[in-house]
Write a protein of this length. Structure first.
Ligand SMILES: Nc1ncnc2c1ncn2[C@@H]1O[C@H](COP(=O)(O)OP(=O)(O)O)[C@@H](O)[C@H]1O
Ligand SMILES: [Mg+2]
Length: 162
């Protein structure tokens, strides 16, 4: 299990951490973000999207549950990014209605705010990003952990065989 813990002192630093994290992502990856309202989850998603070539504005899809953005992978090929915000979800069945197979098991990259609300329905192989407020106003603690079966050596094998 790979875990990184770091602290940022401004929204800009969180964007930067997210941009660097984005370079670890591959097609099919799922990123689960947790943390209180205002923790910085959407900021983190923005940084990832920016690094992956998304040109459109990234905002929390609170009222639509899901936003899709067009980005680019490291080869310059088109890459879809799915951004979910489950804060207002009333029942987990709502994710079936919006086509969870496409965003959880397709070949884009899926970022989920309030992922903990889905419990065991979240794909087990994923990155967990936990953001919490620090002692000072603009300080945030960010923990990044890769969980589930996609261990680094398997991920490399997957890339080679595709
Ligand atoms: N270090 C930091 N990292 C991220 N956001 C920060 C930081 N310090 C202050 N903020 C502020 O916290 C808020 C985070 O908002 P947002 O990303 O929408 O949170 P969430 O999606 O978790 O509800 C923004 O207003 C941002 O300016
Ligand atoms: Mg948000």
């Amino acid at each position: 299990m790979v875990r990184t813990s770091l602290t940022t002192a401004s929204p800009g630093e969180t964007l930067q951490v997210a941009r660097e994290f984005a370079s670890r992502l591959q097609r099919g990856d799922v990123v689960a973000l947790s943390g209180e309202l205002g923790a910085g989850k959407t900021h983190f998603v923005k940084g990832v999207c920016e690094a992956l070539g998304v040109q459109s504005a990234v905002t929390s899809p609170t009222f639509v549950l899901l936003n899709r953005y067009q980005g680019r992978d490291s080869r310059g090929e088109e890459l879809l990014l799915y951004h979910l915000d489950l804060y207002r979800i009333k029942s987990v069945e709502e994710i079936y209605d919006i086509g969870y197979e496409e965003f959880f098991y397709g070949n884009g990259i899926c970022l989920v705010e309030w992922a903990e609300l889905l419990g065991a329905l979240m794909p087990p192989a994923r990155f967990d990003i936990r953001i919490s407020a620090g002692e000072e106003e603009r300080r945030r603690h960010i923990e990044i952990e890769q969980v589930g079966s996609q261990l680094p050596h398997l991920r490399t094998a997957k890339v080679r065989s595709s």
